[in-house]
Design a protein. Structure first.
Length: 275
């Protein structure tokens, strides 16, 4: 058994020792978007720091725990806070929580994040459904010996964000009269924000929003056969498109401001996914 898989199995036994809860949907809450986890019907929580071998976030305000419970009667496991590649962990450790949620039984991965808007038609505070992604200088989480127990050596990524789930999110936004844009997310390593020249380059490449997470998580989940979808909160316009320097405070403030619509949309979408 590979070392990565062994570590994953140890973490799985630990969590299974705490709760027998079987989630249907795994939800990752991005920067400033963690409040949704405080509103659900909680069955159990497990802090990342308790789990043997688990990566732990070093960023203030990125709470790190799994919350198990129900959203509109759909069993979910929520990652309240995620670990990022820029914290210095191996990319395989960064996706370990995603893989663990898959092994716990989740069939769908719902990713959310804070992102900078590259598409000039977007406004600060917009919600963007992710249609596809580009990974920029971030290594694939599948590098190294393949974990045959999880998936194929050369997995297909041609529909990484499942069309059926995209249709559900679009329909849910319409029902709630929430404006929703759509676009391609590009993941950079961070932790620095981008330069204006990089943003112009990413626009040419076809990206609509930029952030420091998500693409590698989507890849790890697709590898193991989960259906994947995602929503970005455009917390700021990307470098060179805004008159003010980018700050983490601005990101958190905007995420807070649009938090109510974000929560309604995620909840409605999860209810529909569970149907
Ligand atoms: N760039 C990268 N990551 C981000 C941004 C950004 O502008 N905003 C929120 N996360």
């Amino acid at each position: 058994m590979s070392e990565v898989y062994e570590k994953l199995k140890t973490a799985l036994s630990y969590v299974r020792g705490k709760t027998g809860f079987v989630p249907e949907v795994a939800l990752v809450l991005g920067s400033g978007l963690g409040a949704l986890a405080d509103e659900i019907d909680v069955e159990a929580t497990v802090r990342y720091s308790e789990i043997p071998g688990f990566p732990v976030s070093t960023v203030a305000g990125h709470e790190g725990r799994f919350v198990f419970g129900n959203i509109e009667n759909v069993p979910v496991v929520i990652m309240q806070g995620r670990v990022h590649y820029y914290e210095g962990y191996d990319v395989r450790d960064v996706v370990m929580p995603i893989r663990l949620m898959g092994l716990l039984g989740a069939k769908t991965l719902f990713l959310t994040n804070a992102a900078g808007g590259i598409n000039k038609s977007f406004a600060q505070g917009a919600l963007m459904m992710i249609t596809d992604h580009i990974s920029s200088l971030v290594p694939s989480p599948l590098i190294g010996g393949n974990i045959d127990e999880l998936g194929l050596r050369f997995p297909d990524m041609s529909e990484i964000y499942t069309k059926k789930l995209r249709d559900i999110i679009r329909e849910s936004a319409k029902e709630l009269s929430i404006a929703l844009c759509e676009g391609v997310y590009i993941q950079t390593t961070g932790p620095n924000y981008e330069t204006p020249a990089e943003i112009r380059a990413y626009e040419t490449l076809g990206a609509d929003a930029v952030g420091m997470s998500t693409a590698i998580e989507a890849m790890a989940a697709r590898h193991m056969g989960l259906s994947v979808c995602g929503i970005s909160c455009i917390t700021n316009m990307a470098a060179g498109l805004s008159l003010v320097p980018l700050t983490h405070e601005e990101v958190k403030e905007t995420a807070d401001r649009v938090g109510a619509d974000f929560k309604r949309l995620v909840k409605r979408s999860i209810a529909a996914i569970g149907r």
